[in-house]
Design a protein. Structure first.
Length: 210
């Protein structure tokens, strides 16, 4: 069994080049949770998925709260909503630095932070990657599977499906603010199904979607 670290927030001491001039300002929302986890939940940036006040991914915003509600139902999370106790789940963003209020980060900023996200993802070395939303899903499919060229980035279709990649099983999650009908139940049921089988065999398996 791997034992990466016992630290909960920013366990690898990442120091991304976040632009914050005030000494008391939060510069980034770092990765948070169980660094020995088999499941890695991946969001876009703090403005979308939360943490600007708490410093914890997937808190505060409607999308963050919706995701946290689901992971609580399958016992990945417990404790306070603003700083939950996570077990077998690690959460981080492809763009951890806080953008200016109400703004989307520039493409150059995403590119500059990519190496930090990649280093963290490989250090966690989870079996299951759970990208939330179109941008995170696009990035994960491009970088960690061979599937992106043949898959249309239709989140309604990809939601809660299994995409087997290069040593990872990827399960895209539609942006929670866009969930309709059975989307919430679909992702919960998918995660429960994965937990109910030997998901650790996903390492090194052939690429497929299903």
């Amino acid at each position: 069994m791997k034992n990466v670290t016992e630290r909960t927030s920013n366990p690898f001491g990442l120091q991304p080049p976040c632009d914050r001039t005030g000494s008391g300002e939060r510069a980034a929302v770092f990765g948070y949770g169980d660094a020995n986890a088999d499941f890695h939940l991946i969001g876009d940036h703090p403005g979308v998925h939360g943490g600007t006040s708490t410093g914890v991914p997937f808190t505060e915003t409607p999308s963050g709260v919706a995701i946290q509600d689901v992971v609580r139902e399958i016992d990945f999370a417990s404790g306070p909503a603003d700083r939950p106790d996570l077990e077998n789940l690690y959460c981080s963003y492809i763009h951890m630095c806080l953008p200016s209020d109400g703004e989307t980060p520039e493409e150059e900023s995403y590119a500059d932070l990519e190496r930090f996200f990649d280093a963290e993802l490989r250090a966690i070395n989870a079996h299951i990657l759970l990208p939330v939303g179109e941008r995170a899903t696009d990035h994960v499919l491009r970088e960690y599977t061979t599937q992106r060229r043949r898959l249309e980035l239709d989140m309604a279709t990809l939601h809660a499906k299994e995409v087997r990649g290069r040593g990872f099983l990827v399960v895209p999650i539609r942006e929670p603010t866009e969930w309709v009908d059975t989307d919430r139940d679909a992702i919960r049921s998918r995660l429960e199904a994965i937990l109910g089988r030997d998901y650790r065999q996903t390492k090194g398996v052939a690429t497929r979607i299903g």
